[in-house]
Design a protein around this ligand. Sequence first.
Ligand SMILES: NC(=O)c1ccc[n+]([C@@H]2O[C@H](COP(=O)([O-])OP(=O)(O)OC[C@H]3O[C@@H](n4cnc5c(N)ncnc54)[C@H](OP(=O)(O)O)[C@@H]3O)[C@@H](O)[C@H]2O)c1
Length: 343
Amino acid sequence: MRIAVHGASGFTGGLAVAELVRRGIEPVLVGRNADRLRAAAVASGVPDAEVRVAGLDDSVALTAAFADCVAVVNCAGPFTRWGEPVVRAAIAAGRHYVDTTGEQRYLHRILTEFGKDAEEAGVTVVPAMADDGGPGDLIAALTASRVPEVAEVVIADLRLPGSASRGTARSMASVFEEGPWEFVDGEWIAATEPGPEPIVPPGEAVAVPVSAFALPGVVTIPRHVRTRRVRSAIRTEVAALFSALTSDIVESIPESIARDARQAGRWLMMAEAIGTDGRRARGWVAGSDGYRLTAVIAVEAARRLAAGGAPAGALAPAEAFDAADFLDFLTPEAVTWQVEDLR
Ligand SMILES: NC(=O)c1ccc[n+]([C@@H]2O[C@H](COP(=O)([O-])OP(=O)(O)OC[C@H]3O[C@@H](n4cnc5c(N)ncnc54)[C@H](OP(=O)(O)O)[C@@H]3O)[C@@H](O)[C@H]2O)c1
């Protein structure tokens, strides 16, 4: 089985290539720069892996690069700038598509505008299969299922401040000015409040302030949870770090993060569902090394799509995959997850 990694020369792309190799799946490294792609193949221990050069402005070459692969994992961001040609090429090649975006507007565009083309091509497009969008959507689905009639879902990325790659910082800086959305009564609108009430993160003793922040769940959750409102937030101290990013700061951030530093960080996605009758449920997924998990999640999503069973179209993670089964798949990666009713 061959899976193409577009943006394989980047930090996340390299981790995705390494994950494919670990899983015994043949990687095809796709991108715009042959030297950087070859270096990524060497760094991942597969110097002879196939490298295919195709620029985003060459749809024929990009489509051809994907043609004999079962799926495409796109890691080239900011996706708002570079994502669409890759989605188009994957659909034109008749190949399933996943990516690692966390960018709300791009995600909304792909889910609303590419569904019909994907259906006609018989392929499944699942953007946002990264450590926030994937597990966040899946745990929200499981949490909401505990409440008979859901009035509101809050999705929170409660990871502690830690290292972000230059690519993440670029993507955050490129979307920060757009401001976060919330979902209210069937529409996506600018977030109307600075953020939800402080949250006591699972495993911590004290409530932490959180701020409205543009997470993928606001776009994906309303596709499968019937609810009036969906909001998203991150720790206020992390939001402050992202809001301070200038282009000079972004370009001074290292491209990659060493494994020790990644493993030292705590990663935690939490969903809370509030019922119209006041009933509440909470679910969370926790682990460390969000970047490696992103590679594990994206590769497994592509593998599952290739194995069949998901409907064709542009889908949220919980529309494409069995939520509990997918989260269980992550537990050997030291990921824990839980859903509980709150009084
Ligand atoms: N949501 C999450 O939780 C999460 C987690 C991990 C990553 N991500 C996202 O994944 C993306 C990648 O992050 P990263 O740290 O891996 O970034 P990175 O190291 O900067 O890699 C970016 C990749 O995109 C490629 N690229 C950039 N501009 C391009 C263009 N004009 N045409 C074709 N390819 C282009 C680069 O190719 P060259 O090598 O040729 O420059 C490189 O392969 C970011 O958007 C990040 O936010 C999200």
